[in-house]
Design a protein around this ligand. Structure first.
Ligand SMILES: Cc1cc2nc3c(=O)[nH]c(=O)nc-3n(C[C@H](O)[C@H](O)[C@H](O)COP(=O)(O)O)c2cc1C
Length: 176
């Protein structure tokens, strides 16, 4: 039976959903069964051997209630390894905040779970997909618009997760 990893994501405008799908695609390469589900639609963690949580950052806060998700699944979440990623503009536009600080927010939201890995990826800002208030705010703050998602970086991070989660292929020397 292949290991099963759930990629649970929050997304306001859809770009983090696509990042979650890319993480899952990369996890499937070594034969892991990966599922992508919106964080509020996850019914149970029981079927899974590992969990990846992804969420964007809006005005310095995590979008999506990761802390409630952890509380809702507290009886199952301690049993499996957890990794997390954030998306946002900060990695390419430092004025939007310090990526390490929002990584800290994610780490806090995950407590009492200690993740095996947490990172922040550059996201996507599409003015045609924003509310008037959002467009005004990003314009006022001179936030660059565009798709800054680095698919190679997302794939590279995802590729190391099975090993970090202890779900990687056994090495030839251990396979006796
Ligand atoms: C109104 C607004 C506020 C934002 N605030 C932040 C922020 O504080 N820090 C950051 O890194 N990115 C910020 N972003 C960028 C988003 O995190 C980025 O666009 C992300 O890819 C959106 O993900 P989604 O499409 O899944 O909702 C902001 C974007 C908007 C439109």
């Amino acid at each position: 039976m292949p290991s099963r990893i759930l990629v649970a994501y929050a997304s306001k405008r859809g770009s983090t959903t696509e990042v979650a799908a890319a993480v899952a695609r990369e996890l499937e390469r070594p034969g892991i069964a990966a599922e992508v589900i919106g964080i509020d639609s996850v019914l149970s963690l029981e079927p899974y051997d590992g969990l990846v949580i992804g969420a964007p950052v809006y005005t310095g806060k995590l979008f999506g209630d990761v802390a409630s998700f952890v509380r809702r699944h507290i009886n199952e979440i301690g049993r499996i390894p957890v990794a997390a990623f954030l998306t946002g503009i900060a990695p390419v536009y430092p004025k939007a905040g310090d990526p390490m600080q929002v990584i800290g927010l994610m780490t806090t939201a995950l407590q009492p779970v200690t993740p095996v890995a947490v990172t922040m990826f550059a996201g996507k800002l599409d003015p045609s997909n924003q509310s008037f208030a959002e467009r005004s705010l990003t314009k006022l703050l001179k936030v660059p618009v565009g798709d800054f998602r680095d698919w190679n970086a997302i794939a590279a991070w995802s590729r190391q997760l099975p090993d970090l989660m202890g779900l990687g292929e056994p090495k030839a020397a251990d396979r006796k």
